[in-house]
Write a protein that binds this ligand. Structure first.
Ligand code: OOG
Ligand code: MG
Length: 289
């Protein structure tokens, strides 16, 4: 797979002399009693040690903007350990996912290279707490996205689209969370499996999606379930990145969000997703839980 030259570009980088916005937020969050770095460390630790934690928002009472700052701070810890940014993921872009998780707002998270699992490989479930898998599409960008795009413009910024699956693994007990908690937890991101990219971006609003466990269909749907047209995920990513002062460089991955509800993973499975006209992505789960 083509590797992204990804970097987070802060607004401050574009406007030298402007006070660092992170420093301003840090003071306000501290004044509000929200310790963003400590909450980020806690979630990062839960992910690294694969030990679930109780939901944090009900206790700490952080809002959505603070939740995104916790997410950014936890991703910064990954970057400090050498993980490379590779793109973004959208969440709750389909009704099926919103209903399954009881959350009804679109969210986004940041992906690093440590979350990329080789397509066709054996994935060790010991890497996760209580992993689930969901069928998605993955876009690869061909040009830097540095402003909000319209739906008509989106395809012009893409190199291709691939059948993909996301492994989600909430760090919260029993996979239960509210909107703020799932955002702080980088939207449950844990793994990404991407098939072969195709330049055919046509009819993305109406392609059949079948996810199978050992050949048995476990989730059936249509790419149209993703915002009516998964290209809208690219539009959303462009708007969210711009609002956050981030540039998505050429070669970034954009995970569009699941077309169906997620399914719990178990040992000894052959997991595949077929997307009409785009082909298949697959992986195996190891024998040990
Ligand atoms: C949150 C992540 C949602 C999607 O594709 O809708 C998501 C979760 O369900 O744990 O990744
Ligand atoms: Mg997903």
């Amino acid at each position: 797979m083509k590797r992204a030259q990804w970097h987070l570009t802060d607004v401050a980088d574009h406007a030298p002399g402007v006070t660092d916005p992170d420093a301003l937020y840090a003071a306000a969050d501290a004044a509000a009693g929200i310790d963003v770095p400590a909450l980020a460390r806690l979630l990062d630790e839960a992910a690294r040690t694969r030990v679930e934690t109780d939901p944090l928002a009900p206790v700490h009472g952080y809002d959505l903007a603070q939740a995104y700052r916790i997410q950014r701070a936890s991703i910064a810890l990954r970057h400090a350990r050498g993980e490379q940014p590779v793109g973004v993921k959208l969440g709750f872009t389909s009704r099926a996912k919103m209903i399954q998780m009881g959350v009804d707002s679109l969210i986004w998270g940041l992906l690093t290279d440590a979350m990329l699992y080789e397509e066709g490989s054996v994935i060790d479930l010991a890497d996760f707490i209580h992993p689930r898998v969901e069928p998605e599409l993955c876009f690869l960008t061909s040009r830097a996205i540095d402003r909000p795009l319209t739906l008509l413009e989106a395809a012009g910024y893409l190199e291709g689209v691939a059948p993909a699956m996301e492994i989600i693994d909430s760090r919260y007990r029993n996979f239960k969370f509210n909107l703020e908690d799932v955002v702080a937890d980088n939207c449950s991101s844990a793994g990404v499996v991407v098939g072969e990219f195709s330049a055919d971006l046509s009819r993305l609003n109406n392609r059949g999606v079948t996810m199978r466990f050992n050949g048995r269909p476990v989730a059936l749907g249509s790419t149209g379930a993703i915002l009516g047209n998964p290209l809208r995920s690219v539009v959303q990513a462009s708007q969210l990145a711009s609002a956050a002062g981030l540039v998505l460089p050429a070669g970034s991955l954009i995970m569009a969000g699941a077309a169906t509800a997620a399914e719990a993973l178990a040992p000894g499975l052959h997991v595949s997703v077929d997307i009409g006209g785009l082909g298949r992505a697959e992986f195996l789960t190891g024998d040990q839980p």
